[in-house]
Design a protein around this ligand. Sequence first.
Ligand code: DAH
Length: 338
Amino acid sequence: MLALINQIVDKCLAAIQEASSTQQLADIRVRFLGKSGEYTSILRGMKDVPPAEKPQMGKHINEGRERIEQALAAKESECKAAELAARLEAESIDVTLTKDLPFGSTHPVTLVLDQIIDIFVGLGFRAVEGREIESDYYNFQLMNIPLDHPARDMQDTFYVTENTLLRTHTSPMQAHTMQEEKPPIRIVVPGKVYRADDDATHSPVFHQIEGLVVDKGISLAHLKGTLDAAARALFSAETKTRFRPSYFPFTEPSVEVDCSCPLCGGKGCRLCKGTGWIEILGAGVVNPQVLINCGIDPNEYSGIAFGMGIERIAMIKYGVPDIRSLYENDVRFLKQYC
Ligand code: DAH
């Protein structure tokens, strides 16, 4: 049995010596040390070894195994280094090259954002931008979310100081605009927003576009017509929208808006989880309290508002399952959307 052990160890060491990739080494590991590997199966012979020789034999088996492990580890780090060097060489960029460089392309989030801005500008809206560091007063209080109100839990927040924070939504720009301008107001607000949230469909920083219309006689019907037109322009002429009752402190009534699934046209598929509908935004009739907070007389004027997440729309439009691939800046991913 001693001779057999030595023979397998030698065979294995020779194979390791000849291997030239981490994959080959992994195969060797399975072939010799795996569950039914050549070396492992020696253990089965142990039952026939006379008890007096067992400790000696066990020691020998362990030493053999140790030698194999050491040889594997040494060769593995050698192959890893060589593979890394080869990859760096293959993917290297010559920064001194000045011609024939490939052009970059517009990021899918920017593509979708630009397209949505264009759609609303076409409907008579003006695009304005707000600040990313907001006061609690604008981000929450003017939007009818008082201090300590449970509705704050809807938006996990990064505070800068006790009263300033990274805006959790683009809605505070509604308040800035209403304070600064007289109706009629028709704006969209694209920009970055921040939330303490991070998984396959949520990012701590993402983009929203907010919409606000304030004028005489504005109603839920205007909201439906506007969002219908926008969804048709964004996805396809056949796209339908539906409103589901919801709750936002800054709108009353509030709705969540679904559109018919752009992938299956409403028949039901993987993207819409068989329902035929996909949620695209939150919206509603501006709560009169918000108009009052911002110095607009609700007896004279009314408004509609909406807010949508751009990454979500990009993921629906381009079938991207994980939001993180939008931020990794892997050129191979980004090139697909030029
Ligand atoms: N601010 C909301 C959010 O971030 C989205 C939203 C819903 C905006 C309804 C609106 C609205 O203007 O009317 O979750």
